[in-house]
Design a protein around this ligand. Structure first.
Ligand SMILES: [Zn+2]
Length: 209
C-alpha cells in the first residue's frame, strides 16, 4: 500500500466525528475525531508508518493530533488540516505544504527547516524552539502567534504575515523579507542581520498595498 494511493482516494471528503454530540472532524480515515479514538496508539502507529518520505498526503484531517517525537521529513501535504494539534519534537524537514492549516496549535522543538510552504496558516498558534530555516514560506500566516526562540534564518518569507504576533528571541537573519508584513504586538530580541528589512511592511498604512 503506498501512501499516495491510499490518501488520494479520500480527496475532498469532510466527515464529522461519529460520536454523538461531537462536532469535531473525523481524524484521517477514522470514523471519530482524534480525541475519541479508541486505540490512539494504533492510529499513531499507522500514521507514522504511512508518512514516509515522498508520500503525497492530500486533503487529510490531522486536527487535534497530539504527537511526540516523530519524523515526517520530505512528505508532501496538500489541503491538509492540523488545527489544534500539539506537536513536540516532530520533524517536517524538507517537506512541502500547499493550502495547509495549522491554526490554534502548539509546536515545540519541531523542525520545519528546508520546507516549501505556500498558502498556509499558523494563526494563533504557539511556536516555541522551532526551526523554519533555509526554506520558502510564501503567503504563510503567522498572525496572532506567540513565537519564541525560533529561527527563520536564510528563508524567503514573501507575503507572509506577522500581525499581532508576539516575537521573542526570533532570528530573521539573511532572509528575503520582500512584502513580508511585520506588525507585532510584542517584539523582543529579534534580529534581521543581512535581511532586506526595508522591503518588509512595518505599518498599518501600507498593509494592503
Ligand atoms: Zn469526537
Amino acid at each position: 500500500m503506498t501512501g499516495s494511493m491510499r490518501y488520494s482516494l479520500l480527496m475532498f471528503t469532510v466527515r464529522r466525528c461519529a460520536r454523538h454530540g461531537c462536532a469535531a472532524p473525523a481524524f484521517m480515515e477514522h470514523d471519530v475525531c482524534f480525541a475519541h479514538l479508541e486505540d490512539r496508539n494504533a492510529a499513531l502507529a499507522s500514521l507514522k508508518a504511512a508518512l514516509l518520505p515522498d508520500t503525497l498526503v492530500m486533503n487529510q484531517c490531522f486536527d487535534g493530533l497530539e504527537l511526540l517525537a516523530s519524523d515526517f521529513s520530505r512528505c508532501r501535504f496538500v489541503g491538509c488540516t492540523f488545527r489544534g494539534v500539539h506537536l513536540n519534537h516532530v520533524l517536517f524537514t524538507g517537506s512541502s505544504f500547499r493550502l495547509c492549516f495549522f491554526d490554534g496549535s502548539v509546536f515545540s522543538s519541531c523542525d520545519f527547516s528546508g520546507c516549501d510552504m505556500d498558502f498556509c496558516s499558523f494563526g494563533n498558534s504557539g511556536i516555541i524552539d522551532c526551526s523554519f530555516e533555509n526554506g520558502e514560506y510564501i503567503h504563510v500566516n503567522f498572525n496572532g502567534c506567540n513565537i519564541s526562540e525560533v529561527t527563520f534564518t536564510g528563508s524567503n518569507l514573501y507575503d507572509s504575515r506577522f500581525l499581532k504576533t508576539r516575537l521573542s528571541y526570533v532570528r530573521f537573519d539573511n532572509c528575503d523579507l520582500k512584502k513580508a508584513y511585520f506588525i507585532p504586538d510584542h517584539e523582543e530580541a529579534t534580529t534581521y542581520t543581512g535581511s532586506n528589512a526595508a522591503e518588509a511592511v512595518r505599518d498599518m498604512e501600507h498593509l494592503y498595498l
